[in-house]
Design a binder for this molecule. Structure first.
Ligand SMILES: [Mn+2]
Length: 322
């Protein structure tokens, strides 16, 4: 990554909009909140633009932050995007109103540098880790609240430090965040031990639909819109479901699909970065990381699911013969 001065970039203007991707996760929310906290501490105004539902769990991290709905935001303000591999990940309303965002901070290998200034590091386990590294490297002092939201991003995107994206740097940064007052068990409970019963009802259906194929190397599952309606689960409550597809012994690639009435969403995970889930997702207009990627396409039917499974198996076979 080229030598960037994050604080210098953030100090160029007196007011900003900050946004993450739709279907927000812990990294996207933690990164937005961290950037906002740093700006606020410098007396720079900052609005988080709400482009999607944050869900019960992530909402608990917002506190007194200035969040404005996507429909009422001022598109004349410079825009900071965090954790977005593509500009269209910010959602249609924002995407339609901005030509070029001011700043793009991200860690996806598939990021196409869509902003005026781009701070991208695919070697970082999370966008939050990248922000933390830059702040610490530039000698910026930040408070416990900022440390907590940075930890939220690091913990969730590294899958609780289980992914091989977790490096010495990840752990060293966590050490500094703890010095600033972060209580690891408290954030863990706030994120992972507040499940709803509805989530488990949806999970039952997901587990029921699990299929292993291609000699045990691939696993997929899915839920449909009726499953959400009948269980009352929130959309964001499928967070983490895809990991089950990859955890079965022998499975190398896993996928989780959501068949909605107006779109289809797919999450992909692989045992190793060599399996290039980002490239597989790219065929469907998506992207992500080598071992964790995804895409969203239009409404699909059962025929698509069978074809998708075949293509996933083929992708893997191709990697072994190359
Ligand atoms: Mn991320």
């Amino acid at each position: 990554m080229e030598n960037v001065k994050l604080v210098e970039l953030l100090s160029k203007h007196r007011e900003y909009n900050v946004v993450g991707h739709v279907r927000p996760d812990g990294d996207c929310v933690g990164s937005q909140l961290a950037v906002c906290n740093v700006l606020t501490a410098k007396n720079i105004r900052c609005h988080i633009v709400k482009n999607d539902d944050y869900g019960n769990i992530l909402s608990a991290f917002f506190d007194e932050h200035d969040v404005i709905d996507c429909k009422d935001f001022d598109a004349k303000l410079p825009l900071i995007c965090v954790d977005c591999s593509n500009f269209n990940r910010v959602g249609n309303e924002i995407f339609a109103k901005y030509e070029t965002p001011y700043l793009n901070i991200d860690h996806h290998i598939s990021n196409n540098s869509f902003a005026e200034h781009n701070v991208i590091d695919p070697d970082s386990s999370s966008t939050a880790q990248l922000i933390a590294r830059l702040l610490l490297g530039e000698g910026v002092d930040f408070d416990k609240k900022t440390a907590e939201v940075l930890y939220l991003g690091i913990m969730t995107d590294s899958n609780r430090f289980a992914y091989d994206t977790t490096t010495m740097e990840t752990v060293q940064i966590v050490e500094v965040l703890m010095e600033k007052g972060v209580c690891i068990s408290e954030i863990y409970r706030k994120v992972y031990e507040r499940d709803s019963l509805q989530k488990y009802r949806l999970l039952e259906r997901f587990l029921h639909n699990m299929a292993v194929f291609d000699g045990g190397r691939c696993c997929t599952s899915f839920v449909v819109d009726d499953d959400f309606r009948e269980t009352n689960a929130e959309l964001l409550e499928t967070e983490g479901f895809v990991n089950y597809t990859r955890k079965i012994d022998g499975v190398m690639v896993g996928a989780f699909l959501e068949f909605h009435d107006s779109y289809t969403k797919c999450s992909l995970r692989s045992e190793s970065a060599d399996f290039r889930m980002d490239l597989f997702a790219k065929q469907f207009g998506g992207g992500g990381h080598p071992a964790a990627a995804g895409f969203v396409i239009g409404k699909q039917d059962a025929k698509f699911y069978a074809k998708f499974q075949e293509e996933l198996a083929q992708h893997l076979r191709k990697i072994f013969t190359d």
